[in-house]
Structure formats: C-alpha cells, structure tokens
Design a protein. Structure first.
Length: 67
C-alpha cells in the first residue's frame, strides 16, 4: 500500500509543478507580446516621422535635378 500512495503523491507533486511553470510561461508570453506590440507601434511612428522628414528633401533633390 505504500508504493501506490507514494506514486500518487509524486504524480500530484509533478502536476502541481507543471501547473506553476505553465502559469509562469503564460505570464512571460503575455509580457513579451505587450513589448512586441509597443515596439511595433514605435517603429511605425518612426517610419512615419522619417517619411515626413524626407518629403522636403525629395522636393529639393527634384529641384536640383531640374536645374
């Protein structure tokens, strides 16, 4: 009777450990997804700023080519 009880206790402990680890992984995945989203928004804003900044330069280059 000792061995089945020991096996049951070890199985319960194993499932408990797996549960705790899966919660931690889920938390880290959500944090990573939030950081990726923030980085994507920053990159989009930077690309828009670069496009706005390069528009006057493009017209200046066109004017120089025409001369």
């Amino acid at each position: 009777m000792l061995w089945p009880m020991l096996a049951l206790a070890l199985a319960f402990c194993g499932i408990a450990v797996l549960t705790v680890l899966s919660v931690r992984v889920h938390t880290e995945v959500r944090r990573l997804a939030r950081q990726v989203s923030d980085s994507s928004q920053r990159i989009t804003r930077a690309a828009e700023d670069l496009e706005r900044a390069s528009a006057p330069l493009g017209s200046t280059v066109d004017a120089l080519r025409r001369q």
